[in-house]
Design a protein around this ligand. Structure first.
Ligand SMILES: O=P(O)(O)OC[C@H]1O[C@@H](O)[C@H](O)[C@@H](O)[C@@H]1O
Length: 284
């Protein structure tokens, strides 16, 4: 089966409700933000805060916000954190079925206002590939005649059941910066959570795993040596917008990125795709 329905949230945001033989998904045009993905017969793979009321103009607190064309704070303090893409309306450009994977491509056309933030000749698009796993590819192409530099992330929120029982693995050999300090070498392969965690990893291997009480989520990356691992813990949860004070107990963000020395510089005519693959891991 294949059903793709255009719907409007009560607060006005347009989204696509999607069902295939292999999964159910929901993608908002604002931010090209997927906030729901569930392979059939398995639990959902993305987390969203019940405090989010899906207001136009705000990124949704969950799913996969797209941070582009910068990650984190911009040197100009008047520019929004994590770039502009997550609050802009994207256009659905194509729908294709390949084998049993449904592919949906969205494009972002920047207007004159946006050019204040990003005065470059470039094209950005995102391709979702939906099957019994989820792949997201954020594609940049330099259409101008000067090099352009950017940072970006697929800011994925995962449902992890209980932060006190979560073990995140696949981190050995990397290094990280946290709260402006570091880089620290990551000696253990596994990370556990006992406090606010906000690490920007570099030199990171291609696959990490989130071992939760409900199963293991595998998060793989292509064309990326960096990722962000984030849980706001108690105090920051109380300050965060569209977030319940105890939400930190049930989520973690593991974000495929191109940041720090893994940031991009694209020569004229050059393209790049940041890709993440997300699935419930099954041992064979
Ligand atoms: O509240 P925002 O802008 O969605 O950001 C959420 C978090 O995003 C993470 O990626 C950052 O590392 C955190 O420092 C930040 O708090």
């Amino acid at each position: 089966m294949l059903a793709i329905t255009n719907k409007k949230h009560t607060n006005g945001l347009d989204y696509l409700d999607i069902e295939t033989d292999l999964c159910k998904a929901r993608i908002f045009l604002q931010g090209a933000q997927i906030d729901y993905f569930q392979p059939k017969g398995k639990p959902p793979l993305l987390w969203v805060s019940s405090a989010d009321d899906y207001q136009p103009g705000n990124g949704i607190r969950g799913g996969i916000p797209i941070c582009w064309p910068w990650f984190g704070m911009h040197p100009n303090p008047d520019f929004p954190q994590h770039g502009i893409a997550r609050t802009r309306i994207w256009t659905l450009a194509s729908i294709e079925m390949r084998a049993q994977q449904l592919e949906l491509r969205f494009e972002l056309a920047l207007d004159e206002q946006d050019k204040r933030f990003w005065p470059h000749d470039s094209r950005v698009s995102v391709l979702f590939s939906l099957g019994d796993s989820l792949s997201v590819s954020l594609n940049n192409h330099n259409t101008g005649n000067r090099p352009i530099s950017l940072t970006q992330a697929l800011h994925s929120y995962f449902p992890i059941g209980d932060i006190h029982q979560l073990r995140a693995s696949g981190f050995s050999g990397a290094k990280y910066i946290e709260f402006g300090a570091g880089p620290y070498p990551q000696e253990d392969d596994t990370v556990t959570f006992e406090r606010e965690t906000d690490r920007v990893y570099t030199d990171l291997g291609e696959v990490q795993w989130l071992h939760t009480p409900n199963g293991t989520i595998e998060v793989a990356r292509e064309h990326s040596h960096s990722a962000v691992l984030w849980n706001p813990w108690i105090a920051k949860s109380q300050r965060l917008s569209r977030f319940n004070p105890d939400d930190y107990l049930g989520m973690v963000c593991l974000e495929a990125a191109n940041v720090l020395d893994d940031g991009l510089t694209l020569a004229p005519g050059e393209s790049h795709s940041l890709i993440t693959h997300i699935r419930w891991w099954e041992s064979h």
